[in-house]
Write a protein that binds this ligand. Structure first.
Ligand code: GLU
Length: 393
């Protein structure tokens, strides 16, 4: 039955009417990250929906057999664990979640490993915490591990290590994690599977609401259309999905938000069929690895420097400019050379972020001085796009 489904899917490809759109926009699907939300693969009581997981596995297997590299980011651990154990009254909420994650992650991976095994695919687990992205060495360790898995045809399945990452150490949700992984692994596309067809101008399912099919860097602000509400077990909602999708698309990765409850949705998107989704079109300018890492590091900044008007203008200009000590008027926080530091202007606007070449003490000693060694070298700095477009009007 499994082989039959794969062959059926491969042999019955019929281009849909919308195929023209994706052919014209040419997203690249050679290496893709696919994020599966808790609401897609769990039932109402939180238990895993094995039938749905099987459909997703089938869909991924079709791509895998075509030589497309796939990295799966799957939620569902906490929900799956919840259906197995009711912690005692004296167990606090955080500990309960940790227990559920410890149980549920095993259930989740057992299902995936078993089902991928039916297709002759070896799946392996990778659990990340926010800390794994903080230090560039850890970040590269993770990259090397996933690269080695892909080279050896092991399908990486990533989740947050929910059993140990709590509160401030947590990712906002797995949408954020999928964004980080797709940018870490230089994926060409990211498909975020949720339980709705994409981003709507209003409430999904209502007649008068339309699915937005294309969003690019010139598209209007989406916040007015989207409510912050979320359904079911996942932590994320459409608001965070959209902000992650825009950020990732700005790094040159095409992002699709689509409905994981639709059979063969992944291969339909890859084959440019006429299916519903919202496409966040990739910016043609691809960032370097270091800059991608930096742009995800704002929550790890150890301090900030305030810059004067001249430095502000120079940085926001499109030319490659490093931040010199002469442009700095104040140093906030305690940091070491090599730490991530935020750059703000005199009005407190966030101008960018970068890796400092001075520790905070030395930086304070040399405020406003004309030194040749930049405080942040251009190659290790990311400028906030919003501030740049505000300056350019
Ligand atoms: N990592 C969580 C889990 O596996 C899900 C987080 C989210 O909902 O995005 O349950």
């Amino acid at each position: 039955m499994f082989t039959y489904s794969i062959n059926f899917a491969i042999n019955h490809f019929i281009p849909g009417v919308n195929s023209y759109y994706l052919k014209k926009n040419k997203p690249d699907f050679n290496r893709i990250a696919i994020k599966v939300g808790s609401n897609v693969i769990t039932q109402e009581d939180g238990s895993l929906n094995d039938g749905r997981i099987l459909r997703i596995v089938e869909d991924v297997a079709v791509l895998y057999k075509q030589g497309i590299e796939v990295i799966l980011i799957s939620s569902g651990a906490v929900a799956a664990g919840r259906s197995g154990v009711s912690p005692s009254k004296k167990t606090n909420v955080v500990a309960a979640k940790q227990i559920w994650a410890a149980i549920g992650q095993v259930k989740l991976m057992s299902s995936y490993q078993f089902l991928f095994g039916k297709y002759g695919i070896q799946a392996g687990q990778l659990l990340a915490t926010k800390e794994s992205f903080r230090d560039r060495r850890h970040y590269l360790n993770m990259k090397n591990c996933i690269s080695a898995m892909l080279e050896n045809h092991v399908l990486p399945i990533v989740n947050e290590n929910d059993a140990i990452s709590i509160n401030e150490l947590m990712f906002t949700d797995n949408d954020e994690l999928s964004g980080l992984i797709s940018s870490l692994m230089d994926c060409k596309s990211l498909i975020i599977l949720s339980n709705v067809d994409g981003v709507y101008k209003g409430l999904p399912g209502k007649k008068e609401t339309d699915l937005i099919t294309r969003i690019d860097d010139k598209s209007e602000d989406l916040n007015k259309y989207i409510t912050s509400s979320k359904s079911g077990f996942g932590r994320g909602g459409m608001l965070t999905k959209c902000s992650i999708a825009r950020k990732i698309a700005a790094h040159g990765i095409d992002v699709f938000i689509a409905n994981g409850k639709r059979d063969s949705i992944i291969s339909d998107i890859v084959r440019r069929k006429d299916v519903p989704y919202t496409h966040f079109v990739a910016n043609s300018k691809r960032e370097t690895g270091v800059k991608k890492w930096l742009s995800h590091s704002d929550t790890f900044a150890k301090g900030a420097v305030v810059i004067n008007e001249g430095a502000r203008e120079a940085l926001l200009d499109d030319k490659a400019t490093s931040l010199l000590m002469i442009g700095i008027t104040r140093v906030n926080g305690i940091f070491r050379s090599g730490d991530i530091v935020r750059i703000v202007d005199e009005e407190g606007n966030n101008i960018g972020i970068g890796k400092s070449q001075y520790d905070s003490k030395k930086a304070e000693q040399h405020i406003g001085e004309k030194l040749s060694k930049p405080f942040i070298h251009y190659d290790y700095m990311v400028i906030n796009e919003k501030s740049k477009s505000a300056l350019q009007g």
